[in-house]
Design a protein. Structure first.
Length: 298
């Protein structure tokens, strides 16, 4: 296990940034790939948890909250797919990445420590960077329909997952948490896929290999590291840092899928990273706070 929370978060972000590239290869339908992403990860971690005796039923509400985390994560993936189908991938991705705002509000209302002033400043700058990254014209053309609603809902589910997992991880181990949440998310997405008539087999060898990479790298490795970071860092910082995956995904798409990277995408990425950096800066940004920084006499 990587012992530095920030390094673990960085590696986790790199791992999940691969996922959009694999999905764009279109070897399997989007929703069923989400199911296998969870199911394959569960098939690996469940035997390990049992053998190492780390799989336990937590006392009180912790058990149900761990299962709720899995359902929220599965719901995030499900409604995100619907948002893409009903609108565009760009609009759905933009609205999903509003999750740091919901995490900040949820933390302010329910958790401690409360978000700092730097978090709100960094969040505003990062959101400006995200809008610049996808293009102002897309933001101006948002359609307030079911696609818009599901895009917002996706970000809310994602934020709820981050907030609840922060609480659960303070009481149980990462392995136990991952196992319990994967059980619930796999069952949830499996039922949804079955109800919608998604195919569970008939894929090519390459398709199965892509599903394996999604399960092992994009979920099991990535979210084990991110869960470790969530356990040792503020939930607000983790959620905002995850916005960096959009930049890495764009770079990977440029390298492997020959997608074009424009000047406004580069500028947006720089602004986004700058906003994230501000949230990690603990000292006040206002130089006129005389009790902390002495100003020269006029």
């Amino acid at each position: 296990m990587i012992t530095k929370p920030r390094i673990a978060l960085l590696v986790g972000i790199i791992c999940i940034s691969i996922f959009p590239i694999l999905v764009k290869l279109n070897y399997t339908p989007g929703l069923i790939s989400a199911f296998y992403r969870m199911a394959i990860a569960l098939a690996i971690i469940l035997p390990y948890a049992i053998i190492t005796k780390q799989l336990e039923i937590p006392k009180g509400s912790t058990f149900f909250l761990a299962l709720l985390c899995g359902i929220c994560f599965g719901s995030d993936v499900a409604v995100w797919n619907i948002a893409i189908q009903k609108s565009t991938a760009t609009q759905a991705s933009l609205l999903t990445n509003l999750s740091p705002v919901w995490v900040g509000i949820g933390t302010f209302l329910f958790l401690k420590p409360k978000p700092s002033r730097n978090f709100w400043i960094g969040t505003a700058i990062a959101l400006i960077g995200m809008i610049t990254l996808v293009g102002f014209q897309f933001f101006a053309q948002l359609s307030f329909d079911i696609g818009f609603s599901f895009g917002v809902l996706s970000g809310i589910f994602y934020a709820i997952y981050i907030l609840i997992s922060k609480k659960v991880l303070s009481k149980i181990s990462i392995v136990n948490f991952m196992t319990l949440s994967l059980i619930s998310s796999s069952l949830f997405l499996g039922v949804i896929s079955w109800l919608l008539g998604e195919p569970f087999n008939g894929f090519t060898d390459i398709g199965w290999f892509v599903l394996l990479i999604q399960g092992v790298v994009c979920h099991l490795l990535a979210w084990t590291l991110i869960s470790y970071s969530t356990q040792h860092m503020r939930a607000t910082r983790v959620s905002l840092s995850l916005l960096a995956q959009a930049i890495l995904a764009a770079l990977l798409a440029w390298v492997f899928l020959n997608e074009v990277i424009t000047l406004h995408m580069i500028l947006g990425g720089i602004i986004l990273l700058f906003g994230i950096r501000i949230t990690f800066y603990d000292k006040p940004l206002y130089i006129w706070e005389r009790n902390k920084i002495k100003l020269p006499p006029l």
